[in-house]
Design a protein around this ligand. Sequence first.
Ligand SMILES: Nc1ncnc2c1ncn2[C@@H]1O[C@H](COP(=O)(O)OP(=O)(O)O)[C@@H](O)[C@H]1O
Ligand SMILES: [Mg+2]
Length: 270
Amino acid sequence: MSTATQVIGIASGKGGVGKTTVAVNLAVALQMSGKRVMLFDADLGLANAQIALGVRCPYNLSHFLSGEKTLSEIIVTTRQGVQLVPGASGMYEMAGLSELQAASIVQAFSSLENEVDFLIVDMAAGISPYVLAFMSACAKRFVVVRDDPSSIADAYGTIKVMIQDFGLDNIYLIANGMNSQGEGRQLFERINQVCARFLDHTIQYLGTIEQDEMILGALKKYQAVLEYAPGSSAARDFRLLAKETEGLAVDDSLSGGMQFFVERLVQTRS
Ligand SMILES: Nc1ncnc2c1ncn2[C@@H]1O[C@H](COP(=O)(O)OP(=O)(O)O)[C@@H](O)[C@H]1O
Ligand SMILES: [Mg+2]
């Protein structure tokens, strides 16, 4: 992979807030707008990116980790054109990966010859050291939050650790499951005020995905909502999110590219 690949990590703190939904639909929306996208399902607890994209993967990360297959051999191109690195369904927890396994994953990514514009990493929930190491290595961090107290608390906790303990920037908030765009922005303002006051840092707003039953309908048909209901509010929101993502400043220095990803991970590990 080239240094021009933008690596984006999607985190949340709490599970069930829409991380995979965002990762999958953002990947499809970017691909539909002509970008080359790879999606890494790094949530090893539940490999649901495959389900959401409606693709059967003969092999997954567990076959790579056991040495049976190379990373290239497990990658599947979905009908939407996204290159998917399938997670190891229910076999491992991200936190349970050994240092050696972690290093081998990263090493393999860096030597992939696939040309991609965006590598989107659907992280496991929580803030295990491994999740944080991965988030550090990404160029941009998208934090998904819902407007409920535990999701807000967990998102803030994740942001706090990323800023205070890891010195990370380029943190963007995505409000999910909102009643309106305006309420999503308000939720961002609330969280950002707390960040400014208690962390002395601000974060950035990326966008809002409204609550939309079409998302569940799409999942039941093993489709992205952009395929299942292109005219829905959710599809509109994801197209907008893709546009915002494309518009983010591209770091064409080493920072943000795949090489950077590898180097940062190696650094955090030692
Ligand atoms: N904006 C939304 N509107 C309606 N349902 C949603 C929305 N976002 C996510 N969901 C649903 O919420 C559930 C959890 O989402 P998921 O993406 O799997 O969360 P996570 O990956 O954070 O655990 C899924 O059933 C998904 O379809
Ligand atoms: Mg998930």
